[in-house]
Unconditional design. Structure first.
Length: 557
């Protein structure tokens, strides 16, 4: 792979390739590495540099109103590897039910099944370095109880796990893999501003880009893949006047609402096992235990999908007296203010933790314990090829909160549009109108009540869920998972791309992004997005072979 700084090219340069890929995050880099062995002439376009920089990052900001609700530039990264640079690595495949039409989602379903995607899930797991394709504790954790609760009730699924990627940084790992291939060219600081199409058949005839020096460039390819993330892909298509023929582009914006709520009291504090933190699987991968409500209950009650985990007490309340929790709060606040680390979405609550004196006193009282923890943390977090995913804390009393990651139903009025404000390259910024509806929040509350009943029936302990008013008031805002904005479907009247991720209005334009998800499940989207990117690459490979065969047949005649 040849790496080229687009700022070094003369203005007006026009670069041709067979395949032009916009974006170098998990989806864009996956399509490139899957197609590179075919020998196809591939151009990869990255709007940022080989490392993030302030000028490039500023283009990710929303308009003023949107920024006040959720700073979009803090939730994403512009630079080689995209947002994989700040990805935590947590993965799980979507459930079979997630792909089906359901009344609680307005009958929205996927145009493919989990079985259809399963071969690509397995290949995506390899790409993400997830080890064995094992998603239950019984398979992955010898020596640990298969059932977390010991005696699960019929409504509780308690054998699941999340698996964690090291995590893979796509700009570093797969750039090295592609280095020796002459048919791949990477242009960085090539900020794509517009797609241009022909009037005759709607094909994309040029990908227009600009550099920081004011030079304008054009890239053209027989196939164009936009893999710039859900928000940026929607923004580029909106700015180009492409893909919104039926007013579907930018609608149905979904995130994963996340909160830590209620009080879980375990009958035996030792029974928490591996549920209070992270443990290594039999093949050396970090995993964490996952609780869900049984699929039969969710079908019967029309419940949205939610993943549950045991979580430590609220660290912001210094009355816990725990030096580790107080140190965690002070460290998070410092990191947010000095480097913007995880300062968007739910993480913003640590920016102003309060009670600094009380937290500091907790830390001083627990310095010996902190010293021991610091050594373990440094060893597991920074040394070795696999990163300890995050901070976790056991409770000696057996008291925890429940963290949930929730599915959001697609809502056409939860959407993004173009604002009047523009970035440094003249591209309109996004105006975001995202909401989590009252009906979704009521659905989450019903699930939490069912969870409490199921935990009680299991004999594991008791759970006091939050009341409905608390769930109605929870602040759900997090732009890291950007789904639904370019949803795939079988009809152009209700979707933006077809089941092969081809834009309905442009026969050579494909979108590889979490934005194509019709529904969101509870699981983080990266594993599913990479699986879809591999599936797209296979489709493009087959299409290319068919064109070559057709051309050969014509030549023979």
């Amino acid at each position: 792979m040849t790496t080229i700084d687009a700022r070094s090219l003369p203005g007006g340069s026009r670069i041709a390739a067979q395949i032009v890929i916009v974006g170098t995050g998990p989806c864009g880099m996956t399509v490139a590495r899957e197609l590179a062995p075919t020998g196809a002439d591939i151009v990869l376009l990255e709007g940022g540099g080989t490392r993030p920089d302030a000028v490039s990052q500023d283009t990710l900001r929303g308009d003023s109103a949107s920024q006040s609700a959720e700073p979009l530039d803090k939730a994403r990264q512009k630079g080689l590897g995209g947002t994989s640079r700040q990805w935590g690595g947590r993965t799980a495949p979507f459930d079979a039910l997630d792909f089906e039409p359901r009344r609680e989602l307005g009958a929205s379903g996927w145009p493919l099944s989990r079985d259809d995607l399963m071969p690509y899930y397995r290949r995506a797991a390899v790409a993400l370095d997830l080890g064995r394709f094992e998603w239950t504790a019984g398979e992955a954790l010898p020596g640990h109880a298969a059932h977390l609760t010991g005696r699960p009730g019929a409504d509780l699924a308690d054998t699941g796990i999340w698996r964690f990627s090291p995590p893979v940084r796509f700009g570093d790992v797969y750039r090295r893999e592609l280095e020796g291939l002459p048919n791949v060219r990477l242009f960085h600081h090539a900020n794509v501003t517009r797609l241009r199409r022909t009037a005759e058949d709607g094909r994309i005839c040029a990908v227009e880009a600009a550099t920081g020096e004011g030079r304008h460039l054009e890239f053209c390819g027989g196939v164009v893949v936009v893999a710039a993330g859900g928000l940026e892909t929607a923004r580029l298509l909106l700015a180009s006047g492409i893909g919104n023929e039926h007013d579907q582009l930018g609608r149905n914006y979904m995130i994963h609402p996340i909160a830590e709520v209620g009080l879980l009291r375990l009958r035996d504090p030792r029974s928490v096992g591996a549920a209070a933190g992270y443990v290594k699987s039999r093949d050396g991968v970090w995993v964490r235990r996952l609780l869900q409500l049984d699929e039969r209950l969710r079908r019967r009650e029309g419940l949205l999908n939610m993943g549950f985990a045991t979580w430590y007490r609220d660290p912001r309340d210094p009355s816990h007296g725990d030096p580790l929790l107080s140190a965690y709060v002070l460290a998070r606040a410092a990191l947010i203010h000095t480097g913007g680390f995880k300062s968007a979405g739910m993480h913003r609550r640590f920016a102003q933790p309060g009670h600094t004196a009380e937290h500091t006193l907790n830390v001083l009282r627990g310095l010996p314990e902190l010293a021991l923890f610091g050594g373990r943390w440094a060893r597991e977090r920074w040394i070795g090829s696999r990163t300890l995913p995050a901070f976790a804390r056991r409770s000696a009393s057996g008291a925890y909160r429940i963290r949930f990651d929730a599915e959001q139903s697609p809502d056409p009025e939860s959407r993004v549009t173009l604002a009047k404000e523009t970035d440094a390259f003249g591209v309109p910024r996004l105006s975001v109108r995202h909401r989590v509806s009252r009906s979704d929040r009521e659905n989450y509350h019903r699930s939490l009540v069912h969870l409490a009943d199921a935990i009680g029936a299991s004999g594991w302990g008791s759970y006091d869920p939050p009341d409905l008013d608390e769930v109605l008031d929870l602040p759900f805002a997090d732009a890291t998972h950007q789904m639904g904005l370019l949803r795939m479907g079988t009809s152009p009247a209700r979707s933006v791309v077809d089941p092969q991720l081809r834009a309905w209005s442009s026969p050579n334009l494909f979108c590889a992004t979490t934005g194509v998800f019709p529904t969101s499940s509870h699981a983080g989207p990266t594993l599913t997005a990479v699986a879809l990117a591999i599936r797209l690459a296979d489709h493009l490979r087959i299409e290319s072979r068919r064109r070559q065969n057709a051309s050969s047949a014509c030549g023979a005649n």
